[in-house]
Design a protein around this ligand. Structure first.
Ligand code: ZN
Length: 251
């Protein structure tokens, strides 16, 4: 139910082949959005204290995951998913520019729920979650990886969105100055410290898209019995996080 393939295996399919690295922030929308502008990389705080890193191009290794995927998984198996993500960004930008509620992009038109385009779009987010799990040395649910590489149609991804608060927080900053960003990987647990779901997010403009995946009870049981190191690590992270929250330390 879970697998943990490591280099030189592809993190998605486990095969050993020509290895490549997936973008944390996709290159083509970066190029579309920022054109020939110089690109800088860093955390939000880094930007405000001038500690950002200048990148040579949208293909910089700093924008990529560290765990490898094979060429087939980075091309033909996921091409349709990549294209739908590009379409989504175009549609969200257009909605923003024309004053239409961006939520409509997910409820009607090309991405109507359950449609083929929506399924492929969800595959893109499944692939990103798999990459985050691999980089965190966590096992990957088979359901998530097989869905990502088009070997299953069982959609296990949920999507939500919210306006990018970066705009309101910085007092009237125009959307064109917004950085592209990813939200890393967040792990959620229930009250009794049981793993619940993982979540990430991405933004190329005025809207942040969130996507997440729920673990089944069998996947959670396998994590506990077959990957006790990861199980303990997650449990400790959750406990640390809760202790900080209770003591009022900002997290
Ligand atoms: Zn592969």
């Amino acid at each position: 139910m879970l697998h943990r393939y490591t280099s030189p295996q592809c993190l998605l399919c486990g095969e050993v082949g020509k290895l490549t690295y997936e973008h944390k922030i996709k290159g083509s929308p970066l190029a579309n959005r920022f054109g020939k502008q110089e690109l800088y990389f860093g955390s939000k705080d880094d930007f405000f204290i001038g500690k950002v890193k200048k990148l040579q191009s949208p293909k910089s290794k700093f924008l990529k995951f560290e765990s490898p995927i094979c060429e087939a998984c980075n091309s033909r198996r996921t091409q349709r998913a990549d294209r739908q993500f590009d379409s989504l960004l175009r549609k969200l930008n257009k909605a923003y520019e024309t004053g239409i509620d961006p939520a409509q992009v997910f409820t009607s038109g090309l991405f109507y729920p359950g449609g083929e385009a929506s399924l492929d779009l969800h595959r893109y987010f499944a692939k990103i979650l798999c990459n985050f799990l691999a980089d965190s040395e966590c096992p990957i649910p088979e359901r998530l990886s097989t869905f990502a590489i088009n070997r299953s149609d069982e959609d296990c991804i949920y999507i939500g969105m919210e306006p990018n608060k970066f705009l309101s927080e910085r007092g009237g900053l125009s959307a064109e100055f917004l950085p592209a960003e990813h939200k890393g990987l967040s792990i959620f647990a229930t009250e009794d410290l049981e793993l619940s779901h993982i979540l990430s997010g991405v933004s190329f403009g005025a809207v942040i898209i969130y996507f997440w995946f729920y673990f089944t009870s069998s996947e959670k049981a396998e994590l506990k019995s077959e990957y006790p190191d990861v199980y303990r690590r997650i449990r400790n992270l959750v406990l640390e996080h809760r202790a900080k929250l209770e003591s009022g330390i900002p997290v």
